[in-house]
Design a protein around this ligand. Structure first.
Ligand code: HEM
Length: 419
């Protein structure tokens, strides 16, 4: 029941029809109010960039614990005690464990390996003259995450289906939620079984997690939830963001040429522009621990808000009249909220950027033209947005780039984001 007074909507946000193209509904919500009560789900949608940012920066009022997912079951059984669902010092304590592994310095050390992987995969996938951007992105990201986490390759499929299912479970009760629950649980079960000290390389993320347990920084019971949150958070988000970026570049050949002429300058802005336009995580929740005012709408402690990251990226109040356009030259496009913000700002930004720019630069060195070969197929997920398949045709450069260019690109890939 609506406990606070304010604008409301009968929108069924998680119906297939809306998930397939949510932008007209987001536009209507942005016009309706700063906070709009979704009668169907008993939650307040936050559709505008400015309000969403303000909420992210006020974690003492808008808590993550018990409020990330729309159902009490998911908040209790799947999310409780994980990084995104912890607040304050508990969140900071868990984040600290892998902060060194994900810091820009660690990324600089990883750059050569990731660059080599990107060049090898791009070479392999583009050779036939056409490839599936979603499959390439998935191959790249899974290889990276499995290796860093220290997981055996045999577990890849369980992990992939479980990671996507975890995001479905954040949504409301319904068919998609019901189908996802056993897959998400199977992934957690598998991680509990596999992630034991004897099985994980000491230099892996999991090795670092066990080290933190042994040093008394976290409890033994924190280890697997921590690993599963990082694994789930790292895979689909990056895969969908990267594949979407490739689709956008194929749809905008002149922007592909801009990137191709100067990949060091444009690869990272192109990735951020794709994330702004099509946030891989479209929405996440928060629970009010105190009464609060959002753009003139008064909400009460105990209310839940649903942060529409996907809508914030299209908000013309922030991005201007061309908010719906893909433009890699858009100034300050890295200020999008697709990585969240405040204390829960995505912990994996440097890794996501590193993978995206190495793939984009490898493709730029190899492909003159990138075009869509048929209509891409969308993922329908309660939270995730992107493509499960996106066939691209490529016109290859006549010969591989000179080794000097590769050396340059590896060095350039060690740079941080272009701001
Ligand atoms: C394009 C790729 C990615 C996108 C779009 C993305 C998006 C996000 C978003 C929106 C949040 C905030 C959720 C909230 O509102 O609470 C988040 C948090 C998080 N992300 Fe990412 N993410 C990406 C890649 C990664 C990677 C590669 C990793 C791990 C290596 C990762 C690890 C995390 C973790 C651990 C959190 C929770 C942080 C906290 O609550 O303190 N993410 N991400």
């Amino acid at each position: 029941m609506q406990s606070s007074i304010g604008p409301s909507s009968s929108l069924r946000l998680f119906d297939d029809r809306v998930l397939a193209d949510p932008y007209p509904s987001y536009g209507a919500l942005r016009c309706t109010g700063a906070a709009v009560y979704l009668e169907e789900y008993g939650v307040w949608a936050i559709p505008r960039h400015a309000d969403l940012l303000a909420i992210l920066k006020a974690p003492d009022v808008f808590g993550s614990e018990g409020g990330i997912a729309l159902t009490a079951l998911a908040n209790r059984e799947i999310l409780a005690g994980t990084v995104p669902a912890s607040d304050g010092s508990a969140d900071a304590k868990l984040r600290r464990v892998l902060s060194k592994q994900l810091a820009p310095r660690a990324m600089r050390a990883l750059a050569r390996r990731i660059t080599d992987r990107a060049e090898r995969l791009v070479d392999q996938y583009t050779k036939p003259g056409r490839f599936d951007a979603a499959v390439l992105a998935r191959h790249m990201v899974c290889d990276t995450v499995m290796e860093l986490m220290g997981l055996p390759d045999a577990d890849r499929e369980v992990l992939l289906s479980g990671a996507a299912a975890t995001f479905d479970v954040f949504g409301p009760h319904g068919d998609r939620y019901q189908q996802a629950l056993p897959l998400a649980s199977r992934m957690v079960g598998m991680l509990h079984e596999r992630l034991i000290r004897e099985n994980v390389p000491p230099e892996s993320w999991m090795g670092a997690i066990f080290e933190a347990v042994d040093a008394g920084q976290i409890e033994e019971s924190d280890a697997v939830p921590l690993a599963s949150a990082y694994t789930a958070a790292a895979i689909d988000t990056t895969v969908l963001g990267l594949a979407d970026c490739l689709v956008q570049l194929a749809r905008h050949p002149e922007q592909w040429q801009t990137l191709r002429r100067d990949p060091v300058r444009w690869a990272t802005p192109a990735f951020h522009e794709a994330l702004r336009l099509e946030a891989p995580i479209q929405g996440f929740g928060r629970l009010l621990t105190k009464d609060a005012d959002i753009g003139g709408v008064h909400l009460a402690a105990g209310d839940q808000v649903w942060l529409l990251y996907g809508s914030a990226g299209r908000d013309p109040r922030h991005w201007g009249d061309e908010a719906d356009e893909f433009n890699i030259r858009r100034p300050r496009n890295h200020q999008h909220l697709a990585f969240g913000g405040g204390p829960h700002l995505c912990a994996g930004i440097p890794l996501a950027e590193l993978q995206a720019r190495t793939i984009l630069r490898a493709l730029a060195a190899r492909c003159f033209h990138l075009t869509l070969d048929g209509e891409p197929v969308r993922v329908l997920n309660n939270v995730l947005r992107g493509y499960s398949s996106a066939q691209l045709a490529v016109e290859l450069a006549p010969r591989p780039p000179a080794s000097g260019t590769l050396a340059l690109s590896a060095k350039a890939c060690q740079q941080g984001p272009v701001t």
